[in-house]
Design a binder for this molecule. Structure first.
Ligand code: F0G
Length: 436
């Protein structure tokens, strides 16, 4: 497929732009951009599924990637030189303890934390950095709560591009910062939260000096949408009733919406899952907006607060696309408390899976939706875990030593805590500590 098949189109005023135009939003109305096909192409779902399956045993770099394996739906010519770290191909786990905890019969966890840099960002970054190279960018940049930073830093290093990262000083987990530093990015810690970082980086990218690869960049969404493809394939093309994922800047919700929409339009699936976005109660502008009857004015949260630092975001850039995904699938937007996140995270851990706090909003949210009757016990549900357990070990250690404090200073109970036991090196005391 040639890249000439594609264009960029504003989701608000429908203005169209060339694929190579270095835009992040519509130059006419400021709306968000989609990368779209110029016209629908005829495909045979059965042979496409077979082709994608066959690629799993290929050694071609593009076939080894869980993103580029689906390249019929990506806006690049077939011979593009991809910047890949072998992203995607993440597991879809059964999770018996989480299933019980949520009160369900059928729950699976799609673990996007099993990507090369430990978060779902890699699936979008491989495409955005490949696009950066195609348009001749020399300098890539992003604002980040940590995972985008780690991911961009890695892919920029692979592509030999200069890389600048702007993060909220003192608010990013050490593990994520350590990654970005090790991959050689210039990391700027600024005073202010993620939303301030986002404003600054957008301004910096305006004159073209740096190429912005936050999820406002529609090429990021193109990569992330392939997770819907991979998930549908893992479920033998039977779509779950519900897909539940965390919401921060709302790029990922947008991407799942686009992915499932394209699968449906192409006849690869016969319906879309209901997409529900879960936010932390202290950083929930999208949930507040969604709860309003008329959905008119989106009001940012000026001081978002949550220990799930990945989603501590008050001015989510992609909310119009996320709203489209939620509305067209009949999903919803809900919030969960800090205590609910912490306990759900520990249950995910007990399944031998683990995740970072932001990801645990999903299991916490599903439990709530089941108890409210919005999800039936027999519904099939997939939760998207977005980041790896090792992304934020300070949080884990504090929870398990029952010393975790919410942003407002209230104590988060270590209801499922598992403290380390200090003991002497004698066999007797070790046996007694192990109740043997
Ligand atoms: N989960 C994790 C682990 C994240 O890092 C993020 C976002 C989200 C969920 C929310 O996804 O923004 O697409 O709604 N992290 C960004 C970052 C903001 O800079 O790493 P979203």
């Amino acid at each position: 497929m040639s890249s000439g098949t594609y264009l960029q189109r504003c989701i608000a005023c429908h203005s169209e732009f060339d694929l190579a135009a270095r835009l992040y939003v519509c130059s006419r109305c400021g709306g968000l951009l989609d990368v779209d096909r110029r016209e629908a192409i005829a495909i045979d779902p059965a042979s496409l599924r077979e082709l994608w399956r066959a690629r799993k045993s290929s050694l071609d770099k593009r076939d080894r990637s869980g993103v580029w394996r689906f390249r019929e739906f990506l806006p690049f010519a077939d011979d593009v030189e991809v910047v890949s770290l072998g992203e995607g191909n993440t597991p879809l786990y059964d999770a018996p303890r989480c299933t019980d905890y949520c009160g369900l019969f059928h729950l699976k966890l799609k673990h996007q934390g099993c990507n090369p840099t430990g978060s779902f960002k890699d699936t979008g970054m491989t495409v955005a950095v490949t696009q950066a190279r195609r348009i001749g960018a020399r300098f890539v940049a992003c604002a980040s709560t940590g995972n985008t930073a780690a991911s961009l830093a890695a892919y920029a290093a692979r592509a030999d591009l200069r890389c600048a990262i702007i993060v909220p000083g003192g608010q990013v987990s050490h593990a994520k910062l350590a990654q970005a530093l090790d991959y050689g990015a210039k990391v700027l810690e600024i005073e202010g939260n993620f939303d301030v970082c986002m404003n600054v980086i957008r301004e910096l990218s305006e004159d073209g000096a740096v190429y912005l690869v936050n999820s406002i960049n529609p090429f990021r969404i193109e990569g992330q949408k392939t997770v819907a493809f991979e998930l549908a394939e893992q479920l033998e093309w039977r779509v779950p009733d519900h897909l539940v994922l965390p919401g921060g800047n709302l790029g990922n919700s947008s991407a799942f919406g686009k992915g499932f929409r394209e699968l449906l339009q192409s006849g690869l699936i016969d319906r879309m899952p209901r997409i529900t976005v879960v936010q932390a109660a202290g950083a929930a502008p999208f949930a507040r907006f969604y709860a309003e009857d008329d959905h008119r004015a989106f009001v940012n949260e000026e001081h978002p607060q949550t220990l799930a630092s990945a989603i501590k975001i008050g001015a989510p850039v992609s909310w119009p696309k996320a709203l489209r995904a939620v509305n067209e699938t009949g999903g919803g937007v809900i919030t969960v408390t800090e205590q609910e996140i912490a306990d759900a995270k520990a249950v995910i851990g007990r399944d031998g899976i683990g995740c970072e706090p932001a990801s645990a909003t999903t299991v916490a949210g599903i439990r709530k939706l089941v108890s409210d009757g919005a999800i039936a016990q027999s519904d099939s549900v997939v939760a998207v875990l977005t980041g790896h357990l090792l992304k934020d070990t300070d949080y884990v250690m504090q929870y398990h030593s029952d010393s975790l404090l919410a942003p407002d200073g209230t104590h988060i109970a270590g209801n499922l805590s598992n403290r380390p036991i200090r003991t002497s090196a004698s066999i007797g005391s070790i046996k007694s500590a192990l109740s043997m």
